[in-house]
Design a protein around this ligand. Structure first.
Ligand code: PLP
Length: 394
């Protein structure tokens, strides 16, 4: 037999959504020399690292340059200092999480991809439509079949388990990218109760937990009782602490969680031992600093910039009489295209005529057609300028 490519890959046509948007923006800039584009398109943060995080990186890099303190391969699951700091974030939830249940990763996207290697690709994967496109792409490229859970205006973009017809791996993101919707404790509890009963495993993506503004909304699936028996959580320092270019996240895999009777944690440890040498020491020290009281205070200042951008956009949509969701507990606004305009055409007009990048909703799934995702990371000055430019179109 000759060498052949993974059978799922040739079937995956086109570029990954955010590569496409990036290319459109580059093309626009090339065609409009001297003009400035404003991007609400790709969900990358724009504020610099917190000073205490940058300092931790510098100190760790200096340590690495000495014989005495240099570090080689670290523990595959992460250094204890960071696993402990992350576990502390779960204190006070219904379900207790210990440091041993935490794996430090190179980010949430890598974690999504890694965690799926635990499961038989014949297991159905359920994802929300619209939803973060990486779930579908990663699952399909690993050979899983993917099924949709509709996120719609009717369910306020907060689906309940009713649409799951057979047990599987269920990706749930709260606060959500792209709709900005966030599950209440009662909604998480409904998902947990359902998963325990029908043998599904929830993969809760908490990448935007730091943006939750309403105190009553839980930051983790582990706020729901019984979640340890059916849930894995993925977290990230990307959007909370500006680590998109530094790369650090984590997985919570509860000891005792089982799939078809087999304990997952020992399989995961075995998998880690053969496939990972862990995340770099300076990055883990930087992440530890982000979770320190000073790191949290400095990080909150960056988040408040994005929050003010969300407020500016929300105010604009209210004044322009455009229906929208989100923008309160997440850095995303999900706007309905006025009077049934096509979302792709509208997004293209905003770029070509006004130099403003937004993401057409269908990039997040077929049910996203007719909506636009606006990411509130552009900074206050550019957000105000983009609002002025969009006037008359959106
Ligand atoms: N999960 C969601 C819902 C996201 O929107 C993103 C990035 O946009 C990620 C995960 C990836 O985060 P990371 O930078 O940690 O890989």
């Amino acid at each position: 037999m000759s060498v052949s490519v993974h059978p799922a890959l040739p079937e995956m046509t086109g570029n990954y959504l955010f590569q496409q948007i990036g290319k459109q923006a580059v093309d626009w800039e090339a065609a409009h020399p001297g003009e400035r584009m404003i991007s609400f398109g790709i969900g990358d943060v724009t504020q610099p690292l917190a000073p205490v995080v940058a300092e931790a990186l510098r100190i760790a890099a200096a340590e690495m340059a000495t014989h005495r303190h240099r570090r080689g391969y670290g523990p595959a699951a992460g250094y204890d200092f960071l696993r402990q700091a992350i576990a502390n974030e779960y204190a006070g939830y219904d379900e207790i999480i210990s440091p041993e249940e935490i794996t430090v990763t190179h980010g949430a996207k890598e974690a999504i991809s890694d965690i799926l290697t635990l499961f038989d690709p014949r297991t159905p994967v359920w994802i929300c439509d619209p939803g973060y496109p990486a779930y579908r792409e990663i699952a399909q490229s690993a050979g899983f079949s993917v099924h949709s859970i509709p996120r719609t205006e009717e369910n306020n973009f907060l689906p309940l388990p009713g649409d799951i017809s057979e047990p599987g791996i269920v990706f749930l993101c709260s606060p959500d990218n792209p709709t900005g919707a966030a599950f209440s404790l009662a909604a998480w509890q409904a998902w947990v109760d359902f998963a325990r009963e029908n043998g599904s495993i929830l993969i809760a993506d908490a990448a935007y937990a730091a943006y939750l503004a309403e105190d009553a909304l839980p930051r983790s699936v582990f706020a729901a009782s019984g979640a340890r028996e059916c849930a894995i959580e993925i977290g990230s320092f990307s959007k909370s602490d500006g680590f998109t270019g530094l790369r650090c996240g984590w997985i919570v895999l509860p000891e005792g969680l089982r799939a078809s009777g087999v304990a997952l944690a020992p399989c995961w440890r075995r998998r880690l031992a053969c496939r990972s040498n862990g995340v770099g020491y300076p990055v883990q020290r930087a992440a530890e600093a982000a979770l320190s009281p000073t790191g949290k205070r400095q990080g909150a200042a960056a988040l408040s910039v994005y929050r003010r951008c969300s407020e500016l956009l929300s105010r604009h949509f209210i004044e322009a009489n455009i229906s929208f969701w989100g923008g309160k507990n997440a850095p995303y606004l999900w706007a309905k295209c006025p009077s049934g305009t096509d979302s792709e055409i509208l997004a293209r007009r905003l770029l070509e005529e006004r130099g403003v990048v937004v993401t057409p909703g269908e990039g997040f799934g077929a049910l996203g057609r007719g909506y636009l995702r606006i990411a509130a990371f552009a900074g206050e000055k550019d957000t105000a300028e983009a609002i002025r430019r969009m006037s008359g179109i959106l």
